[in-house]
Design a binder for this molecule. Structure first.
Ligand SMILES: NC(=O)c1ccc[n+]([C@@H]2O[C@H](COP(=O)([O-])OP(=O)(O)OC[C@H]3O[C@@H](n4cnc5c(N)ncnc54)[C@H](OP(=O)(O)O)[C@@H]3O)[C@@H](O)[C@H]2O)c1
Length: 258
């Protein structure tokens, strides 16, 4: 299936590795011109070069912290200047820390808000003029399965991401007339560095993966490229009628029915 992404412009946040990188690679492989950002400049440039080498399509790397309003505005302006507009925004960021509710002070809540909710709202608002000018667009938020199924110690992630779900639904209402769709992707367990770091260390890597996969119906942890493929589909012309949804990608692990 041709996803009709050739020469579309995609901005993918927090994309030097993990789910952001996989999303950028999938969009680039479909012919999109891609801008990626993250904080570590060397890693970001390396990733941009790797994606370009693999797909042959243009990729630019712009260092930015997604929780910093000025840096994000400049990132959006530079992307649009370089590629002539923005058609697709993939909102992503580092996840908030895990701990019990009573251990988070005001500072931790504020930081989680800026990274995970305010950051997503700011980028979405600032790309709108470009998408409206282009006659349509795609906003895709990478959030977490914790909005569908309770995850221990994930109070910051759950609280902020429930906010993203509500925001996306209202945005889908308001932006539908402009042919701009807004959707959330809720990953379960996908094997990125973030997940590798929290695997049990008392057994070998392969054994730790097997242990973690025991509660996943398909019997394994997900691959970043599987999430990348979903991003590419949601960004496609064929997905024009999908908006305001939250799509789980979790090998069937979510226990809720709705
Ligand atoms: N992997 C999973 O199974 C899973 C499940 C549920 C939810 N999620 C969520 O999905 C998101 C991505 O997770 P991941 O597994 O891909 O993580 P990862 O492998 O640790 O990658 C995180 C990426 O985000 C960048 N980043 C982090 N903080 C940033 C900031 N403030 N500004 C700009 N870039 C930033 C990192 O680069 P720099 O550090 O250089 O900035 C890196 O490129 C997280 O929010 C996570 O909570 C992941």
């Amino acid at each position: 299936m041709d996803l009709k992404l050739k020469d579309k412009v995609a901005l993918v946040l927090a994309a030097s590795k993990g789910l952001g990188r996989a999303s950028a690679l999938a969009l680039s492989a479909e012919g999109a011109k891609v801008a990626i950002c993250s904080r570590n400049e060397d890693e970001l440039k390396k990733t941009a070069a790797e994606i370009h080498k693999e797909t042959g399509n243009p990729v630019i790397a712009i260092t930015a912290d997604v929780s910093d309003g000025e840096q994000v505005l400049s990132l959006i302006e530079r992307t649009a200047e370089t590629f002539g507009g923005i058609d697709i925004l993939v909102n992503n960021g580092g996840g908030p820390p895990f701990d019990k509710f009573e251990n988070f002070d005001d500072g931790a809540w504020q930081k989680a808000f800026e990274l995970t909710l305010l950051g997503f709202s700011r980028t979405s608002r600032d790309v709108l003029p470009y998408m409206k000018k282009a006659g349509g667009g795609r906003i895709i938020n990478i959030i977490s399965g914790s909005v569908k199924s309770v995850l221990n110690n994930a109070v910051l992630s759950t609280a902020m991401r429930m906010g993203v779900v509500g925001m996306a639904k209202l945005m889908a209402d308001e932006l539908g007339p402009y042919q701009i769709t807004v959707n959330n992707i809720a990953p379960g367990l996908i094997l990125t560095d973030r997940v590798k770091e929290v695997l049990p260390k008392d057994v070998g890597h392969e054994q730790a993966l097997k242990e973690r996969a025991k509660t996943i119906p398909v019997g394994r942890i997900g691959k970043p490229e599987e999430l990348g493929a979903l991003v590419a589909f949601l960004a496609s012309e064929q997905a024009a009628y999908i908006s305001g949804t939250t799509i789980q990608i979790d090998g069937g692990s979510t226990r809720g029915i709705l």
